[in-house]
Write a protein that binds this ligand. Structure first.
Ligand SMILES: Nc1ncnc2c1ncn2[C@@H]1O[C@H](COP(=O)(O)OP(=O)(O)OP(=O)(O)O)[C@@H](O)[C@H]1O
Length: 760
């Protein structure tokens, strides 16, 4: 209700004023402190003396303080326009006093009273707002479970520091606040949802960080949004032990990253790596790759598959799909393991480490160090460790060896001396022996200087690329499964042909990363403790396996929707496979986000019927939130230009409306281009090709596989004819993805008869 109509309006205004005044005061204090730190940093930099360790330490500390104050000021400035969004009144069991907890994006402590004016949405007590109902409730905090009673749950709309609306939540009311949030129009960036996080989402956000968490979420269920809120939550809870660079979120492509780029900063979180699998892979392999390859776009392969998919006889398509599936599998990883075992066994030279005849380490000893004692390290790092032992050995054996030589020659000299009296022959023999000894000592001394270098120079120095090439060459030999011979030959031939042209495909990245970390290890700059993967249904088991090896723990959040698995030929079909094959030793948690928040009941029901056509029990049905809109409209037209004419009108109408975004979704990029050439409104339309780094918003013409993950006020599916979308799994999933993109309106065109999979 409008705030001024609420009986508690005056008290709430007073509270808001108090909070704002405190915040302003706090802002000034921090600003003054920051000015002082800025000056100190400036001074240290302009009077820098590299010999002064104390000054250096001070500079490092002040710079860290500078960063933290900057982010604090940003949070305060955000809170100044909207300090909190909800309140919970909770009386703890055994205590008389009721606590009024105002929940916002940061906490604010009144230092005089010692009470919180605002509590952070991520704090334990704030859980009461997300999970608790009026009456008996409890929350978990580090001291244990706190039981008590909730007497009030209230939500606020505050705009520019002005109280606009107040909603009291009782057991029966619908969540008006959520409805208002869902009904609004979206621009070109995803937004935070701290004030309306729902209970099932809250459980995902607050789940244990150290256990693998697998989330199957409906289209529009908030997976992407929740993934980002979870990072903010984990960072808040592990603020003292973990840094932003310990977290990473992987999203499908760069322009999707720009679409989600505002959420973490809005939540006060900076410097978390937000990347794509492809970019991360190149970062991991780094210079060890040895060549600069060109990565074939995964979309091109999908486009080829899409175009030929309905043609069951397409042998080439079957080959592409089977090869892609096998290269992404753990079986392929096993072949690579076999190869790496061979490399490991032959990595060190088959010889003793010795100077002259003095064996410092036998081959067996080095082999034991390499294959057993240091087996937990990557190959090249094992050599670094062995080198350290060698250096020590040389250092401590040097004098002993020289002494031994001396002693041996003393014996020889004694023998000569004893064998005859002094005579020219004896003198000549003695001189020869002494010369021989001196030469030998010189050689040994020289040898001791270069022995380690000489030894390590015999270790082959191959780049990751060379290892991979060699692995592919030997692929048929490594394979023992006769039924796979043809497929293996096909993979070998086309992959080697690709490498010859310096090309690689996404499926090559996991093996390349695997080789790189097995042989060279990880750069120290990569220090990840938790990875969040969005759209994980499109990840292969091999990709997940490599990522797990990199994190070296099971601290993962994996979110996806099997119904949208358009890369299912290489992706995941069943979340149980992930739990079973990737996190074998840990018991992973599975959560489900059934509710869909994006779209209207009418649109969601139509989309659910489409995916339901696959009759696959592994594909759960989404439950739409109660929000009604227009029925989905389907138009059959005789020509593409008729479709384009209609779409032109829709674009004009949308541009004149309050809507901010519209997508015209085609099956492929070619189809997008064809349609664009027919549109009169083309100047108002941007075509998304997948190469963009920024998501432009407005009206876009976009292939379906790139629209995945995004949302728009209005969606037009350009041609859902019966030829375009068959009953194949891929076509059904593609249409489902397209139909679940709109927030408010969905129009479907068809050139001629519409597809049978559309129920409308
Ligand atoms: N609790 C919520 N309160 C308000 N809005 C929400 C809530 N949960 C989700 N939304 C909204 O629903 C929409 C869909 O969210 P999001 O894109 O994160 O879902 P998704 O599961 O990743 O979808 P998809 O798999 O279809 O790409 C967004 O506009 C988001 O803001």
């Amino acid at each position: 209700m409008p705030a001024f109509e609420h009986p508690d309006y005056k008290n709430e205004c007073k509270r808001l004023d108090t909070t704002l005044n405190y915040l302003k005061n706090f802002d000034e204090i921090i600003n003054t402190q920051k000015e002082r730190i800025d000056e100190a940093v400036e001074y240290s930099k302009s009077h820098y003396n590299s010999d002064n360790a104390e000054q250096f330490n001070e500079l490092v500390i002040n710079e860290a303080l500078q960063v933290s104050m900057k982010s604090r000021l940003k949070n305060i400035s955000r809170s100044l326009s909207k300090p909190y969004f909800a309140r919970v009144d909770f009386t703890e069991e055994g205590l008389d006093k009721m606590g009024n907890y105002y929940i916002g994006k940061m906490s604010l402590l009144d230092e005089k009273t010692g009470e919180f004016l605002i509590v952070d949405w991520r704090s334990p007590v704030a859980n009461l707002y997300y999970e608790g109902r009026l009456g008996e409730a409890s929350y978990i905090c580090p001291d244990g479970d706190i039981h008590g009673d909730i007497s009030l749950k209230r939500q606020y709309t505050i705009e520019n520091a002005c109280l606009k609306e107040i909603f009291d939540i009782d057991i029966t009311t619908n969540d008006d606040f959520l409805q208002a949030a869902l009904g609004s129009n979206k621009d070109n960036r995803l937004k935070d949802i701290v004030s309306t996080i729902q209970s099932e989402q809250n459980q995902v956000i607050r789940a244990d960080m150290w256990k693998p968490l697998i989330v199957q979420g409906a289209a529009g269920g908030g997976k992407t949004t929740i993934a980002l809120h979870r990072i903010a939550y984990l960072m808040y809870n592990y603020e003292k032990t973990l840094k932003p660079e310990n977290f990473m979120i992987i999203a499908p492509n760069r322009f999707f990253l720009s679409y989600i780029s505002e959420v973490l900063p809005e939540l006060g979180v900076e410097n978390v790596t937000q990347t794509t699998f492809e970019d991360f892979a190149f970062n991991v392999i780094g210079k060890n790759i040895g060549k600069k390859p060109k990565l074939n776009s995964p979309h091109e392969k999908l486009s080829t598959i899409i175009e030929n998919y309905s043609d069951k006889k397409s042998k080439e398509n079957n080959n592409i799909i089977e090869a892609s599936c096998f290269k992404s599998s753990l079986e392929f990883k096993e072949l690579l393991n076999k190869y790496l075992k061979y490399i490991e066994y032959h990595y060190i030279p088959k010889e003793d480490f010795k100077v002259h005849d003095f064996v410092l380490f036998s081959y067996k000893e080095i082999q034991k160090l390499f294959l057993r004692d240091y087996s937990y390290l990557p190959f090249s790092k094992r050599i670094d460790e062995i080198k350290k032992s060698m250096i020590n050995k040389v250092k401590y054996q040097r004098d002993k060896i020289l002494d031994r030589v001396d002693r041996e020659y003393e014996c020889k000299l004694d023998k000569v001396r004893a064998s005859m009296g002094d005579c020219p022959e004896r003198r000549a023999q003695i001189i020869d022996i002494i010369d021989e000894r001196d030469n030998l000592l010189l050689n040994i001394k020289k040898g001791l200087k270069t022995v380690i270098k000489d030894y390590t120079s015999k270790i082959p120095k191959r780049s990751v690329w060379q290892y991979y090439e060699n692995f592919l060459i030997n692929l048929s030999k490594l394979n023992t499964d006769e039924s796979k011979c043809k497929l293996i030959d096909y993979i070998k031939d086309y992959s080697l042909e690709n490498l010859k042209n310096k090309n690689i495909e996404v499926e090559d990245l996991s093996p390349l990363m695997y080789i790189s970390i097995s042989v060279y290890g990880l750069s120290e700059k990569i220090n990840l403790r938790h990875i969040v993967i969005d759209e994980a249904q499109d990840f292969s088991l091999f990709q997940l396996y490599v990522l797990k090896k990199i994190v070296n723990s099971s601290s993962f959040t994996i979110l996806g929707d099997l119904c949208q698995g358009i890369y299912s030929y290489r992706g995941i079909h069943d979340w149980n496979d992930v739990a079973k094959y990737i996190f074998t030793d840990e018991n992973s948690s599975h959560l489900c986000l059934e509710q869909s928040y994006r779209t209207t009941i009418e649109i969601m029901n139509a989309a659910s019927e489409v995916i339901g056509g696959l009759n696959d029990p592994r594909l759960p049905k989404a439950k739409p939130v109660i929000r009604h809109g227009d029925e989905v409209k389907v138009f059959e037209k005789d020509s593409l230009s008729d479709i384009a004419k209609d779409i032109d009108n829709k674009i004009i109408k949308m541009l004149q409306s309050e809507y901010k975004s519209m997508a015209i979704i085609c099956k492929t990029l070619d189809e997008c281009m064809k349609l664009k050439s027919l549109l009169k409104e083309k100047k108002n339309v941007s075509v998304i090709t997948g190469k963009e780094k920024d998501y432009p918003g407005g009206v876009v013409l976009i292939p379906c596989y790139l629209a995945k993950g995004l949302e728009f006020d209005v969606v037009v599916i350009a041609n859902a004819s019966k030829d375009m979308y068959t009953e194949s799994e891929l076509d059904v999933k593609l249409l489902y993805v397209a139909m679940t993109r709109p927030l408010h309106e969905l129009y479907i065109y068809s050139l001629g008869e519409k597809t049978k999979i559309l129920p409308i």
